[in-house]
Every structure is written in C-alpha cells, then in structure tokens.
Design a protein around this ligand. Structure first.
Ligand SMILES: Cc1cc2nc3c(=O)[nH]c(=O)nc-3n(C[C@H](O)[C@H](O)[C@H](O)COP(=O)(O)OP(=O)(O)OC[C@H]3O[C@@H](n4cnc5c(N)ncnc54)[C@H](O)[C@@H]3O)c2cc1C
Length: 385
C-alpha cells in the first residue's frame, strides 16, 4: 500500500490548479449563481484545455486515457481549484455518468460517434433514469421502448436530468420487457437529444449548484434504430447504470473532497486572523476543535474515495466501497460547508462573502447519485442485512 502521488498524478494536479486559475473559471461566479446560468463557454474551454470530460476515456476516442485513481486525483484538484461547484458538477456528471459508461459498454460505432465530442466539450452529456414517479426506486420507471421493425419507439418523461436543458446526447433508460425482473426489464439507449420527439424542459430553479442546468426531458413517440441500444443488447440497464453510479459516487465525491479542502483552508485563515475578546478566534477551543474535526473529516473522506477509486473496474464489490464513500463524503461535505459558514459568523451568512453558496451547493450531495438513505440500504445489503 503506497499513499504517495505518482509523478503523473502530481503533474496533472498542478496542471488543473494552473488551468482553473488562468482560465477564469472563478470569475463572476456569484452573478452566474444568482442568474442560474450554465457557463457553456467555460465547459468547452475545459474540454479543449485539460480535457477533464475525457480524463478516463481511451486516447483513441479523444480522451486522456488515465487510470481510475489518477482520474479521481485530477477531479479532486478540480473541485479544489474551481469554486463554481455547479460547473464542477456538470463536468463530473458528464464524464462519470455518460462518457465512462459509453467507453466501457458502447459498441465500436457508438464510441466513435459519441466519445470525441463528449471528450472535447463540444457536446454535453446526460444520463436519464429518474422520473416523476421513480427516484430511489429506479425499477419503477414507466418510460417504455417498444420494438417496431428495426426501430424502437420511446415514450415517457424523465426529470432531474443533470445537464438536461443543455444536453446534446446521452443515455435514456426505458422498459423493454415489463414482465422481466429488475435485472433485465430495462434497456439503455444512446440517443442524440435532437432526435424528433424529444423535448428538453427549462432549467429548474435549484437551491444549490445553480450553474448546472437540471431539468426534465419528455419523449413522445421517439423513433430510434435498434443500433441505438448502448452496447447493443436489450435488458442491460442495471449493469450499465450501476457502473455509472460506481464511478459517479467516487469521482464526483472526490471533487467534493477538493471543495472540502478549500473550505477548511478558508476557515483556518479566518480563525487565525479574526480577533474577538482580544485574541484570534482560533484560540477558542470551540473554533479550533471544529476545525480539527473538519480536517479529520477531510482526510477520512479522501482516503475513502482513493480506496474506492483504486478498486474501480477491478473489484466485484466496488459498489460497496463506492456507497460508503458517497455516504460519508456527502454528509461530511454538508457538515464542513456549514462549519465554514459558522466560523465566519454573520459575515458567512452574507451571500457576497462566498460562504453561503457552498452550503447550498453541498446539500444536494446527500440526494443525487442515490440519497444517503439508499447508500445505507446498499451497504446493509452487502452485509447480508
Ligand atoms: C441536483 C440533482 C441532480 C440529479 N441528476 C440526476 C441525473 O442526472 N439523472 C437522474 O436520473 N437522476 C438525477 N437526479 C435524481 C436523483 O437521483 C434522485 O433525486 C434521487 O435518487 C432520489 O429520488 P427522488 O428525488 O425521487 O426521492 P424519493 O425516492 O421520493 O425519496 C424521498 C425520500 O425517501 C427516502 N427513501 C426512498 N426510498 C427509501 C428506502 N427504500 N429506504 C429509506 N429511505 C428511502 C429517500 O432517501 C428520500 O429521503 C438528480 C437529483 C438532484 C437533486
């Protein structure tokens, strides 16, 4: 077991820190957050620069070909250096829930058609499972795909689709065999969002991550060729969705670890410089112990995502590691964002000081990629409970 970064990992971390500073990712974030604007130009710039959208995608399809652990180290650096958590969320969901499963399961034709545009940021990816009537219980989705000659016809409604309003292509999950059990009743379709019959709704007015466009997708008699099935085989939705979730629960939450580090550093600085009762507030045990707990949560979170990352695509039970990491980091992120705000006192409550936004952003981490309660169910299931 070696906990040191490799030379490649050190290099990519530095590359991302430099890029985020130089590319202006942190300019005018509060204005974007208020208006809920998705910074598409920056999304494209990231694709053309460090190509974060293609970190784990093989080079032959336009990606950087990094191994899972190096990818996760890179995403952590991104979450640290890019203060626009909505942009971080959009990039991570695109890479982890769309590009990664396309690269792993797509047919050669699908990989060639979709991956280059996903990697260079010119296309925005989506992953559409959740519906108004089926969130935690994904087996309850009602969207159908009915075979008609060489085609399928899809009907249904998806909601809470990350990148949905700006999405160009991605995976739509639909029921192809209503009589079958959970493992084989649903099929993933790799679809371009400009296919006739698909309507993208406007972006929801979100509590946090407001620069990520999240919305609904309606499918009305959407006709696609059978070759649109991701991987070419019916009934494979659960395997592909679970693979995407394993990566998202590790990679997106690695980015959150980076954000937690930034919030911890800001809090330490404040605790050293803000004086009350004639001394720095960090001299009060109430503050220093809070920061000590932030530091302990940060390090524990980092170890969990690194361990899970080191087992991605290799260990059969990585879903257990991914759920543990997701549960722990999601809750830790909310606590750390709340602590950072409180350490700043009343100033933290003023939007302009930049401490309220991370708390609003953090809350979503207990919901997306499966709620904290669902992670506990998954962990308990692995323990035979
Ligand atoms: C910002 C954001 C982005 C998202 N992006 C996407 C996306 O890109 N694609 C996509 O498909 N989905 C996406 N989602 C949807 C997300 O996956 C769901 O919101 C989540 O799985 C919960 O489903 P739900 O909202 O329907 O809540 P529900 O399933 O209705 O759950 C409500 C409450 O009941 C609890 N609960 C439900 N079942 C159980 C149980 N068995 N045991 C214990 N507690 C339970 C939940 O934990 C929760 O507290 C996104 C959500 C958010 C907030």
């Amino acid at each position: 077991m070696n906990f040191d970064y490799t030379d490649e990992q050190k290099k990519i971390r530095q590359e991302i820190l430099d890029f985020c500073r130089e590319a202006g990712l942190n300019d005018a974030i509060d204005a974007r957050d208020r208006s809920g604007e998705f910074p598409r130009a920056l999304f494209e710039k990231i694709g053309q620069g460090p190509c974060l959208q293609g970190l784990a995608i093989p080079k032959e399809y336009g990606g950087r070909g990094l191994d899972p652990l190096t990818t996760i180290v890179a995403l952590e650096a991104f979450g640290y250096a890019c203060e626009d958590n909505g942009l971080v969320f959009a990039v991570c969901a695109h890479l982890l829930a769309t590009a990664v499963p396309f690269a792993r399961f797509g047919t050669e034709e699908q990989k060639k058609a979709f991956l280059p545009g996903l990697c260079d940021g010119s296309k925005v990816g989506v992953n559409c499972m959740t519906e108004p009537g089926a969130g935690s219980d994904i087996g309850g989705i009602a969207t159908t795909a009915v075979r008609d000659g060489d085609d399928y016809i899809l009907n249904g409604k998806k909601t809470l689709v990350t990148n949905g309003p700006a999405g160009d292509l991605g995976t739509v999950f639909a029921v192809t065999d209503p009589e079958a059990g959970l493992q084989s009743r649903m099929t993933p379709f790799a679809i371009s969002m400009d296919t006739p019959g698909i309507t993208r709704g406007p972006a929801f007015d979100l509590l946090g991550n407001r620069t990520t466009p999240v919305g609904e997708l309606t499918l009305e008699n959407v006709r696609v060729p059978a070759s649109s099935i991701l991987g070419g085989r019916e009934g494979t939705a659960m395997a592909i969705f679970n693979h995407a979730m394993n990566w998202e629960r590790v990679g997106l939450f690695a980015a959150h670890v980076g954000t937690m580090q930034r919030l911890t550093e800001i809090s330490i600085k404040r605790a050293r410089t803000r004086k009350q009762f004639g001394q720095a507030i960090g001299k009060f045990e109430g503050i220093s112990h809070t920061i000590a707990e932030m530091k302990a949560r940060l390090e524990a979170s980092r170890m969990l995502v690194y361990r899970a990352a080191s087992r991605l695509d290799r260990a059969r039970d990585v879903a257990l590691d991914a759920s543990i990491a997701k549960l722990f980091v999601g809750e830790a992120y909310v606590q750390t964002a709340h602590d950072a705000l409180r350490i700043h006192g009343g100033a933290g409550y003023i939007n302009d000081t930049g401490l309220a936004r991370p708390l609003r952003d953090a809350i979503g981490s207990t919901l997306y990629s499966g709620t904290s309660e669902i992670q506990k169910n998954i962990i308990a299931g692995w323990l035979g409970l």
